[in-house]
Design a protein around this ligand. Structure first.
Ligand code: SF4
Ligand code: SF4
Ligand code: SF4
Length: 138
């Protein structure tokens, strides 16, 4: 479909920090084990209010697939590409591991994958959404 763009809506009011989304992402996408390696995460806000009226909120997040992606602009080899459907992805074979993109990303959404010797991040589960399925984290 022309001008089709993918989007994920996160309703932070419903997040309970169970981290099922991060487990699902790791399993679906063979993200290496270890706390340094992740494509999505759950941000935590400090407790607010006074006992007994306390509250806490969580913010699940991942690569924002930025329209004007700084990670793509700084890449010296063109390894980071922006698809016409808005999905930002890394071409492993072109990545030289300079990590400029990791520094440029304001969301800290990238990590270096030792197993593939390239930078990695959320791919929007293209293997799923291009075949009509929702992303694993959803
Ligand atoms: S890696 Fe960072 S800068 Fe690049 S598209 Fe994702 S959120 Fe934006
Ligand atoms: S680490 Fe790879 S994707 Fe990132 S800027 Fe360098 S070559 Fe590009
Ligand atoms: S869309 Fe896919 S790759 Fe991106 S965070 Fe969700 S499960 Fe991981």
């Amino acid at each position: 479909m022309k001008n089709k763009r993918f989007a994920i809506v996160l309703d932070t009011r419903r997040c309970i920090d169970c981290k099922a989304c991060t487990v699902a992402c790791k399993a679906e996408n063979d993200v290496p084990l270890g706390s340094e390696n992740y494509r999505n995460w759950v941000g935590e806000e400090k407790l607010r209010g006074r006992y007994p009226n306390l509250g806490q909120s969580y913010t699940p997040s991942q690569c924002q697939h930025c329209g004007n992606a700084p990670c793509a602009h700084v890449c010296p080899t063109g390894a980071t590409e922006i698809n016409p459907d808005g999905i930002v992805h890394v071409v492993e074979e072109k990545c030289i591991g300079c990590k400029y993109c990791m520094t440029a990303c304001p969301y800290n959404a990238r990590y270096y994958n030792e197993e593939i010797e390239a930078v990695d991040k959320c791919t929007f589960c293209t293997q799923r959404v291009y075949t009509g399925r929702v992303p694993a984290c959803v």
